[in-house]
Write a protein that binds this ligand. Structure first.
Ligand SMILES: NC(=O)c1ccc[n+]([C@@H]2O[C@H](COP(=O)([O-])OP(=O)(O)OC[C@H]3O[C@@H](n4cnc5c(N)ncnc54)[C@H](OP(=O)(O)O)[C@@H]3O)[C@@H](O)[C@H]2O)c1
Length: 234
């Protein structure tokens, strides 16, 4: 049995949010290569269809900033009998604005995308994972959210610091001995649309630490902030 196969031999199912480009797309592509049944999630229907076709996987509509979209996804997966094994909360925006200058609309988008979306998705799926006795959750965070190094980058850093706090808090809800591992991951500075062309890491290099956390063996890190698979200070 590999990390991509359940005890009964079925391929494990992974949902990657914000998978139409950047780190999410690279993560989804790698999970497909590893043998996972991957669902790419995105909010642009054309991009979603194209991405799913290119990667050879399933696609699901999801705007993580819209609670009704999350509710529809949960209902859909429940109706289809999908057993979600891996959740990668990757979708994110970086509206780097000072906390006292950001306007209401941008503040709502930043927090809905980077914090509330992952929160609602974990609230929906972590109890299923605990009941079934297996799960991996990766919250794609940032060094900008680390108190040990900031937080920095204005409101973006605040949203990622809150995501880190959420990671610890949700991880603590998992009963001991249950093979559900929930971690935040820092991909470092990566040359995506968000990171820009000067970033030192390629997209595949940035995605590697996300893959490591998504495919952890039983007994691996839980409730940690991981960089390249190794816990770093919050
Ligand atoms: N790049 C870096 O240097 C870096 C460093 C640290 C952490 N991160 C984190 O890594 C994650 C991925 O970033 P990236 O660099 O790959 O960014 P990116 O290239 O800008 O891609 C972001 C992805 O998120 C999606 N997205 C944004 N808002 C969404 C929403 N409301 N619902 C669904 N999808 C949404 C985008 O879809 P659309 O095409 O529809 O907008 C896109 O697919 C983010 O959480 C980011 O904060 C990135």
């Amino acid at each position: 049995m590999t990390s991509s196969t359940a005890a009964d031999g079925r391929p494990r199912t992974a949902l990657v949010t914000g998978a139409t480009r950047g780190l999410g797309r690279a993560t989804a592509a790698r999970l497909v290569e590893l043998g996972y049944e991957v669902l790419v999630a995105g909010r642009d229907p054309d991009e979603l269809v194209a991405t799913a076709a290119e990667l050879g996987c399933g696609g699901v509509d999801l705007d993580v900033a819209d609670p009704s979209s999350i509710a529809r996804l949960v209902e859909h997966l429940e109706a289809e009998g999908v057993e979600l094994d891996v959740l990668v909360n990757n979708a994110g925006v970086s509206l780097i604005e000072g906390p006292l200058r950001i306007d209401d609309a941008d503040l709502a988008v930043e927090m809905a995308t980077n914090l509330y979306g992952p929160w609602l998705l974990m609230r929906a799926f972590v109890p299923w994972m605990v009941d079934r006795g297996y799960g991996r959750v990766v919250n794609v965070s940032s060094e900008a959210g680390a108190f040990s190094d900031g937080p920095s980058l204005g409101t973006y850093g605040v949203s990622k610091a809150a995501l880190n706090a959420l990671t610890v808090t949700v991880a603590a809800e998992v009963p001991s001995g249950v093979d559900v591992l929930i971690n935040a991951v820092c991909p470092c500075w990566v040359a995506t649309d968000m990171g820009g062309p000067s970033a030192p890491r390629t997209i595949d290099e940035g995605a590697e630490g996300i893959i490591t956390a998504a495919t952890l063996p039983a007994g691996g890190p839980h409730g940690q902030f991981l960089k390249d698979g190794t816990p770093i200070p919050w």
